[in-house]
Write a protein that binds this ligand. Structure first.
Ligand code: KG4
Ligand code: ZN
Length: 349
């Protein structure tokens, strides 16, 4: 049993967490950057990197003290974990450099983990369950939508991924079209529950009979065309919506868009299960918070695991948790650990 300090800075959340035994989260400190990026309706890499520099040390201090440790006493920490891939290079470098510095100055082992694999592991945090392996893993977030064959936690292989937008990205873009703000997922999810999922027949892009890849950009464009209709010359989409739409129509578009996303996700999971004969499904990433998706998979054909809501979006507890498995297996990194923008095993299909 180890006590691991994890760091996360792959995109726009700066986070640090202390996790015991890969399961029990003693602290989970997160500095979000929503407000900095909201007006751009997406993450601006340069702004994200600068914010990580400002936020990282206070966040580490918070993680240590909330775990009941002195801010600068690392003697009880057994290893320093960091998500070193995939992500924005400037953002990754801040966390990786901090983790290397901590490991070097304290003499503790350094463990680099793949952020996307850590999203899959997040289903285990603060839980007693051990999902039966092999599993099909789905990571659906703002930056990633990919399927994995999880043979065991040291052997996680990508078997499909999006060829264009990630599903969370589609939520965010549709939210921008509907003027619902950023991030869009929670807003659309909330409004979808009041609408009719069959009201608008948005496309389900399946990319052929056996493909495990995803495509969400056509769906997003369909929503745009549906919403835009035939605007008057010089009229903004917002003005047109205000004039022509009632609230019910907005709810119906949200519900129909969400239904299209969920149908595609479920079909791809079923295909992956047929291919791998996996015993369970693990779903992580920001979109795994979606109520519609959780409800649709409530009585699925194999046991399906979602993270606690606080571990759906980016956090460092999931990296510290996965690092426990690496720690026990002796799979440590050294100070040559690099920040890498792509995901691990992405070449293996
Ligand atoms: O995992 P995450 O924090 O960051 C990335 O690694 O991308 O995921 C953020 C994404 C955003 O696109 C956000 O709109 C989406 O997750 N999201 C949701 C929900 N909550 C967050 N999408 C659908 N339904 C939700 N309830
Ligand atoms: Zn993520």
């Amino acid at each position: 049993m180890a006590i691991i300090l994890g760091l996360e800075s792959t995109c726009d959340e700066t986070a640090a967490a202390v996790v015991v035994d890969g399961r029990r989260v003693l602290s989970n400190a997160i500095a979000t950057q929503f407000e900095l990026h909201a007006k751009y309706r997406g993450v601006v890499p340069e702004i994200a990197s600068r914010a990580h520099i400002e936020n990282l040390l206070p966040v580490i201090t918070e993680a240590m003290t909330s775990a009941g440790l002195a801010a600068n006493d690392f003697s009880k920490i057994d290893a320093i974990a960091v998500a070193h891939r995939p992500g924005l290079i400037g953002s990754l470098l801040i966390g990786v450099t901090a983790a290397k510095t901590l490991a070097w100055t304290t003499g503790k082992p350094l463990i680099g983990v793949d952020h996307v694999h850590a999203h899959l592991y997040s289903v285990l945090l603060d839980r007693d369950c051990w999902p039966e392996l092999p599993a099909v893993g789905l990571v659906c977030s703002g930056g990633h939508t990919a399927l994995y064959h999880v043979r065991d936690w040291l052997d996680v292989r990508m078997i499909g991924s999006t060829i264009d937008d990630a599903v969370g990205e589609a939520y965010d873009k549709v939210s921008a079209i509907l003027d619902l703000g950023y991030p869009g997922g929670p807003a659309i999810d909330r409004l979808a529950q009041y609408g009719d999922p069959k009201a608008v027949a948005f496309p389900r892009t399946l990319l052929g009979r056996s493909s495990l890849d995803f495509s969400f950009s056509g769906l997003k464009t369909s929503v745009l065309y549906h919403v835009r209709g035939v605007p008057k010359k010089g009229q903004s989409v917002k003005a047109m919506m205000d004039e022509q739409w009632d609230e019910g129509e907005l709810h119906n578009v949200c519900a129909s868009f969400q239904a299209a996303c969920i149908d595609v996700i479920i079909e791809k999971i079923k295909r992956a299960l047929r291919l791998t004969e996996a015993k369970s499904v693990l779903i992580g990433g920001g979109v795994s918070a979606n109520r519609g998706l959780r409800a649709a998979l409530a009585d699925f054909q194999v046991p399906t695991y979602f993270p606690e809501l606080r571990y759906c979006t980016d956090n460092a507890a999931m990296s510290a948790g996965l690092a426990e498995i690496y720690f026990q297996a002796g799979r440590m990194s050294d100070l040559s650990l690099d920040a890498i923008t792509s995901s691990q095993f992405s070449e293996e299909v």
